[in-house]
Design a protein around this ligand. Structure first.
Ligand code: SF4
Length: 241
């Protein structure tokens, strides 16, 4: 069994609590909070951010969120009522803005306060995932980001950074499917205690590690994981197994 908790602890010693999900402040800068969102507005902002961050960096998401906030349109009713064209214009910095405007409208239709309260009460992860994945514009990574960060459900988010780091370390093939990757983490972290808290921090620290050391061109000689890294030792990670 892969000792993913050992790596978690190492990351925690290095990076400390990341306090995800980043929420916008009154003006332009991000603030952070830990645990489940305290209100529907914060939950909805996380949902919007999880969609806007598809195929772009967070800095561009912040610009799009800032535009929505500056124009007093960062809310479910505003997104439902606004024309798709106007919404696309406001979220332009996030890229793929026409497509994302449609996705935001779909999400706004789906995540009503009543529906969100019902999802919050539900602990059947298979049901929750099937509900969210049925919304046009929500794929596996977005679905799990929303469940973990907006609804505080214990699901592990798999993204490109996770695949890069853990395939390079030699744990699992980079090209395996999303469900296979997620099963690998969920199985190996089943004794993690408060799973929601651990999954929340783990994903955020994976992002930190990918930005700090395990970049596209990795800084292996400075990396704290270099002693046990397959890529560092052999020049390649796992691809298909
Ligand atoms: S040693 Fe290199 S490849 Fe391995 S985790 Fe660190 S940065 Fe990534």
């Amino acid at each position: 069994m892969a000792d993913l908790l050992k790596i978690y602890k190492k990351f925690y010693d290095i990076y400390g609590p990341q306090g995800w999900w980043p929420l916008s402040k009154k003006k332009t800068h991000a603030r952070h909070h830990s645990g489940a969102p305290q209100c529907y507005g914060d939950r909805f902002e996380i949902i919007i951010g999880a969609i806007l961050t598809q195929n772009t960096s967070w800095i561009n998401v912040e610009k799009a969120l800032h535009n929505l906030k500056k124009n007093k349109k960062l809310g479910r009713n505003f997104i439902i009522k606004m024309t798709r064209k106007k919404l696309a214009k406001l979220i332009r910095p996030s890229g793929y803005f026409n497509m994302k405007a449609l996705k935001l409208k779909n999400a706004a239709d789906f995540f009503s306060p009543v529906k969100s309260a019902a999802l919050m009460q539900c602990n059947d992860l298979n049901y929750l995932r099937s509900e969210l994945l049925a919304v046009n514009g929500i794929g596996p990574e977005t679905c799990d980001s929303i469940l973990l960060y907006a609804f505080a459900k214990p699901v592990f988010v798999i993204d490109a950074y996770t695949r890069r780091i853990f395939s390079r370390l030699g744990f699992i093939g980079e090209k395996l499917s999303y469900p296979e990757w997620q099963k690998f983490f969920m199985d190996n972290l089943k004794n993690a205690g408060n799973k929601t808290a651990v999954f929340n921090e783990y994903h955020a620290m994976i992002v930190a590690h990918a930005k700090m050391y395990c970049r596209t061109k990795p800084l292996c000689s400075e990396c704290p994981l270099k002693k046990n890294c397959r890529y560092r030792q052999t020049g390649k990670g796992c691809l298909n197994s």
